[in-house]
Design a protein around this ligand. Sequence first.
Ligand SMILES: [Mg+2]
Length: 409
Amino acid sequence: MVACHPDGAHALQVLNALLRLWAVPHGVSQAPDTIDRATRFGVADDRLQCRQVAVDVGDDEGAHLPSIAEARSYNAHMDVSDIGEFGLIKRLTAFLGPRKPDNLVLGIGDDAAVWREGDAYLVATTDTLVAGVHFLAGTPWADVGWKALATNVSDIAAMGAEPAFALVTLSVPPETPVEDLDGLYTGLRECATAYGVTIAGGDVVRANQFSVAVTLIGRARVAGSQPLLLRRGAALAGDLIAVSGTLGNAAAGLRRLRGGAGQDDALVGAQLRPHPRLALGREAALAGVSCGIDISDGLLQDVGHICEMSCLMALVKAQAVPISDALRSAYPDDALRLACTGGEDYELVLVGGRDLIERAAASSGVAVTFIGEMVDGPDRRARLLNDSGKEIEFGAEGWDHLRASERGA
Ligand SMILES: [Mg+2]
């Protein structure tokens, strides 16, 4: 390391980083979460600093794999918590290279992958629940089983598609009582029956911590030769944003569970047994709505994914966000924050014209609330506005699996 004036050392380290990261067509940024590659370096003197240098490798990532490898070896240490779930997904995706088969319709980045198989369009998604991370000790096993499948059904609903077959992988500590897994499968079967899913296979492995991973495969409807899909990247400026049901109950339910509330509590029920909006997603796709997402990580974060993929900004009116009476009375001072950032509601966000969304709501029998609109704007995220048009900020917009958060055990 370099021992000299910190500014000089700093400059030397930057130069060193740039020399190592020689394939840098679009320059260097200090916002590594928003670009493709990052490396971290420090300045060894009395005023120790740590900075991150990020490298945008441009469109042809495959041509820069040597420089990516170099960046990783130069990087002394970077945890996945430094870049978060979404930074990690971007980073890993780049390693797969730019080439895609012609029949892949949607790859990484939407609620499910979609590919063409003959005249059919198949969809697939996967989701995992880990003990102590996604559910608390003492949660009824049937509820764990229900939720393990329901979270996947919600992703299929968010594509406007129909689920069909599931694969279930259990990672099980050997000392797990068999009756716990009987309970798990009772809940899995109940959810499968409710949503027309057949569990067709899976795997069982030994592990130190219990987890259940479900892969769900389904089918999109087709009009002519085109699939009817809800995509994150299909929003247009001027489109309205609508959301089903009410928000924040699941996050409030988790808080109440931690406080010792019973299973019969309505908010706890929303946390333990989410009911994906499969009919609404189906009717939205049939009505011609082309953009949607389910709320797994929090309203603002999930609408933010639509912003990113559609290259737009979302303006969400705080007073329009639907909040249940139960949530308002349980947490009057925190209801809006829970509704906007809590996650796990598994409600649907639909983006499009008012007529199409209202038609989908009427034909599915699911109430929706219009909460805002998509606009051209300086940044690709959801902005929550109060009555005066001033932005309300909560510090974090939602759940990230790899960063610290309120969720978990
Ligand atoms: Mg989703």
